[in-house]
Design a protein around this ligand. Structure first.
Ligand code: GRG
Length: 326
């Protein structure tokens, strides 16, 4: 697909470059932070993630900018100077990638999922030890909020108010109501919370994933929309779109854990089944899981259409999440 003069592939490439440059620029470094913690954070941040969440943030900002410009593809090249709505969303995009990376570092720890392979490389605690891995996660978490509060450096009260809204949305998504809460339920379901085991039915699995992975994916898109100045009804439509993307992402992740090639997955495959985790394929079977992901995709597209977002990169990103080809 092409939006204005930009194809989805070009957008993904440009967005990832912008995000990597932003992360490079804004990650804590010596002498402000000790060498070891700066190095450990970078090891995981630059380990080759897909950058799905920051890409969503930037694509949502771009969609809002295009709509505000009267759907005339006035923002032909989202990352050229002048597309301020998109550049204002970049710090939030990078901050969310820092939070995502922290969650993966902590998830891989022996006390949680106990994994030794992530993004095709040894996990952080394998290389630096558990203590430094915990601290690197903590450091990324704090650095993320410091980044949104600080950047973009503008005195305009409208932008400052948007930053505050984004901080609230991201904190809610990352915290006990969102990702941390979902991970806690996951630990209970996996029998890793002594005396507090829980058995999840289909609705319980959906609710766990909506917190654990869905909330941050929603916050990613919502943050881009807010930073680009979207009206509340547009933010809500983008939120509905992202909720379905998040669910589809999780269902596909569960399917890939069974069918995926370990080399391209970059993580240990077959772990869900080995640890008897409640997953979509375990509950619904593979065929129904694929159908459920397709339903999510349809709903995501119709949320966009309902909001009049007909020519945006968000539609292509939805398809990408389900097909996971790049
Ligand atoms: C430790 C508080 C805390 C939370 C951890 C997100 C999470 C909660 C755990 C990750 C477990 C997991 C593998 C979930 C499946 C979906 C998922 C988040 C996959 C990894 O995200 P990708 O595919 O990873 O976007 P990359 O490496 O591309 O960034």
């Amino acid at each position: 697909m092409t939006v204005g003069t930009v194809s989805l592939a070009e957008f993904l490439e440009q967005a990832r470059t912008e995000v990597d440059d932003g992360l490079e620029r804004w990650l804590p470094r010596p002498p402000d932070s000790p060498q070891i913690i700066a190095e450990a954070m970078r090891y995981s941040v630059f380990a080759g993630g897909k950058r799905l969440r920051p890409v969503l943030t930037l694509a949502a900002a771009d969609a809002v900018a295009r709509q505000a410009a009267g759907a005339q593809a006035a923002v032909e090249q989202p990352f050229r100077s002048g597309a301020t709505q998109v550049s204002h969303a970049l710090p939030a995009a990078c901050a969310i990638e820092l939070i995502h990376t922290y969650s993966l570092i902590h998830d891989d720890l022996p006390a949680m999922d106990n994994d030794t392979l992530r993004r095709g490389r040894p996990t952080l605690h394998v290389v630096y030890g558990e203590g430094i891995a915990i601290l690197a996660g903590d450091g990324l978490h704090a650095a993320a909020f410091s980044l949104i509060a600080r950047e973009p450096v503008v005195a305009d009260p409208t932008i400052v108010a948007r930053k505050l809204r984004v901080i609230a949305a991201v904190a809610e998504a990352a915290g006990p109501d969102g990702m941390v809460g979902g991970q806690a339920i996951d630990l209970q379901a996996a029998g890793q919370a002594p005396g507090h085991a829980a058995t999840l039915d289909a609705e319980g699995v959906r609710a766990m994933h909506s917190r654990k992975t869905g909330a941050l994916i929603r916050a990613s898109a919502v943050s881009g929309a807010i930073m680009a100045g979207a009206a509340d009804d547009l933010v809500e439509a983008i939120d509905r779109y992202a909720a379905d993307i998040g669910l589809a992402f999780q269902i596909v992740d569960d399917i890939l854990d069974i069918e995926g090639d370990p080399a391209s997955l970059g993580k240990t495959a077959g772990k869900d089944a080995a640890s008897a985790k409640p997953t979509y394929p375990a509950i619904f079977g593979l065929a129904r899981s694929r159908a459920l992901a397709a339903e999510c995709l349809r709903r995501a597209h119709s949320a966009l259409e309902g909001a009049g977002i007909t020519n945006s990169l968000l539609g292509g990103i939805a398809d990408w999440v389900v097909t996971r080809k790049s």
